[in-house]
Design a protein around this ligand. Structure first.
Ligand code: NAD
Length: 515
């Protein structure tokens, strides 16, 4: 192992043995398949991680269930105090954990640290929430009666996550779910097992210090089989799934068929619309970050750009200048802006998408190839690409599918209505942004005739959401909401409790049964 990789793993107390246990339920174990963690920058094998064998998975789920019985008896504000300690422990490891995200996932260091910060922030949010997870008292139509809407913990929540946010997505789910009183079973992406092990170690230490069972934040590393086992397990009332539309559709159906609940956070295919009155000094860098940041591997990455005819040439010239200035390379180096794609497979998906664009007559304005400089050849580095497809039909496969790579397709419009129709004309509905200084455009954009996405921005890019608002998308993005807003309400079971304090028991709606 290279010295910088071993330093990062050491600082997070990840053993440097030949095989690392990837299952935690109070104890570390793992005797299932071997998962390989490969550095996307250098191709170095970082670790071999032992996934959950079926019996270990069942054991972890059973232990989580037992652990949930302990946690549900602890008052929510006390659970919040444990979260506060977890927040402190994560913040203390922010640099090392951020570096591990860069090393294993491939995003640049500032984004890796930002991802850990997101977990810290959502812990803060959940600490506050732990004193505000309130029910309601509802006015009853019957004298001497009260109706209470009461939230109680669900039990065990399954959290299945994608490779591109290997720390933050678990954070969004775990912190709200723990504050709500649930045990959590995490199945991370099989290609980012080390991030999951590091986070689990940090949480486990705090739980142990508080005399709480480790299975409140259990880890079951593995691939599709482990994910499917969680999805089909009848005693996991809520499955929170983040990943592709294809897998999400199967997960949604399977959980629904056993009457479980889901939170689905699936693919995005996000557009920015730039009007002729937009402030280009803000819009151009924001589109640049949206399209190129995280090498186009954010669910909220900008993939479609709709430019008003009047500003299109100026905008594209400025954008291409920024693309040309991009510093590519090691994501752990301070001045790098573009790291590698996460996997070899992703490079293939990028190349196929560029080929398809060319075959369909698109003009490639910039990029379109792998980098072939010596120092980039061992990693999965591809050139961010701007394409101008021939067709503007949002139903065309070029526009309607999410390619998880830095490819931005551009079209030119004359009327806002046309751009909104294109924005809304794809199956996905995660994020979109409008650049304008005209109040009337803004009113239209955020109203019933406007954007149909879960995140609708004005003079702000498609990516880089804060934790305070509910995060998620509509349509084939799955309709899920996580993080802020009312998202916490999904992690509890609600009961409407009618209590009769009076001396008689009238029926509702004046029904007179025994008269
Ligand atoms: P993926 O769908 O390949 O995998 C996601 C998870 O599902 C992994 O843990 C995987 O092991 C597991 N899995 C695979 N098959 C399964 C099955 N049959 N049953 C249960 N689990 C199964 O996604 P990915 O490539 O890791 O991530 C990229 C995708 O995630 C993109 O589409 C991206 O837009 C999406 N994403 C969405 C959000 C959001 O908030 N909307 C956030 C991050 C990523």
């Amino acid at each position: 192992l290279s010295s910088r990789a071993s330093n990062i793993l050491n600082s997070l107390e990840i053993p440097l043995s030949s095989e690392i246990p990837g299952v935690y339920d109070g104890q570390w174990k793992g005797s299932g398949d071997i998962l390989e963690s490969v550095c996307p920058t250098t191709g170095e094998l970082l670790a071999r991680v032992q996934a959950a064998a079926p019996n270990e998975l069942w054991e972890a789920l059973d232990k989580s269930k037992e652990a949930s019985l302990v946690l549900r008896k602890i008052p929510a504000p006390k659970r919040g105090e444990v979260l506060r300690q977890i927040r402190e422990a994560l913040a203390a490891k922010r640099d090392a954990l951020g570096a591990l995200v860069s090393l294993e996932m491939g995003k640049i260091k500032t984004e890796g640290m930002g991802e850990v910060q997101e977990f810290v922030d959502i812990c803060d949010y959940a600490v506050g929430l732990s004193r505000m997870m309130n029910g309601r008292v509802v006015a009853s139509e019957r004298p001497g009666h009260s109706i209470l809407e009461v939230p109680n913990p669900l039990g065990v929540v399954g959290v299945l996550t994608a490779f591109n946010f290997p720390v933050a997505v678990y954070g969004w789910n775990f912190s709200l779910s723990f504050a709500a009183g649930n045990a959590n079973v995490w199945k991370p992406s099989p290609s980012t097992p080390l991030c999951a092990i590091a986070v689990t170690k940090i949480i486990a230490k705090v739980l142990e210090k508080n005399g709480l069972p480790g299975a409140l934040s259990a880890l079951v590393s593995g691939g599709r089989d482990v994910g499917e086992a969680i999805v089909h397990r009848a005693d996991i009332p809520l499955v929170s799934f983040t990943g592709s539309e294809t897998v999400g559709a199967a997960v949604g159906k399977a959980v629904q068929s056993r009457f479980g609940k889901t939170i689905l956070e699936l693919g995005g295919n996000n557009a920015s619309i730039v009007m002729s009155d937009a402030d280009l000094s803000m819009a151009v860098p924001a589109v640049f970050f949206g399209a190129v940041g995280t090498a186009g591997q954010r669910c909220t990455s900008t993939r479609r750009l709709y430019l008003h005819r009047e500003i299109a040439p100026r905008f594209l010239e400025a954008l291409q200048k920024l693309y040309a200035s991009l510093r590519v390379g090691d994501p752990l180096a301070e001045d790098t802006l573009l790291g590698p794609l996460h996997s070899r497979a992703a490079v293939g998906i990028y190349s196929d998408a560029v080929r398809r664009l060319r075959e369909r007559g698109a003009q490639i304005l910039t990029g379109g190839q792998k980098y072939d400089q010596d120092h980039l050849r061992r990693g999965n580095f591809v050139q961010p690409t701007i394409a101008m497809p021939k067709s503007t039909d949002p139903g065309d496969v070029i526009w309607s599918t999410e390619t998880f790579a830095p490819i931005l397709s551009v079209a030119i419009f004359d009327e806002l209505e046309q751009a909104i129709a294109w924005n809304n004309g794809v199956p996905q509905g995660l994020s979109s942004s409008l650049w304008t200084r005209d109040m009337r455009n803004i009113g239209k954009w955020i109203g019933p005739e406007g954007a149909d996405t879960g995140i609708v921005n004005v003079n702000a890019g498609t990516s880089g959401a804060e934790i305070g608002a509910a995060f998620g998308g509509n349509k084939s993005t799955g309709w899920g909401r996580e993080s802020g807003g009312d998202a916490w309400k999904q992690y509890v079971r609600w009961s409407a409790c009618t209590i009769n304090f009076s001396d008689c028991a009238p029926l509702a709606q004046g029904v007179d049964f025994l008269a």
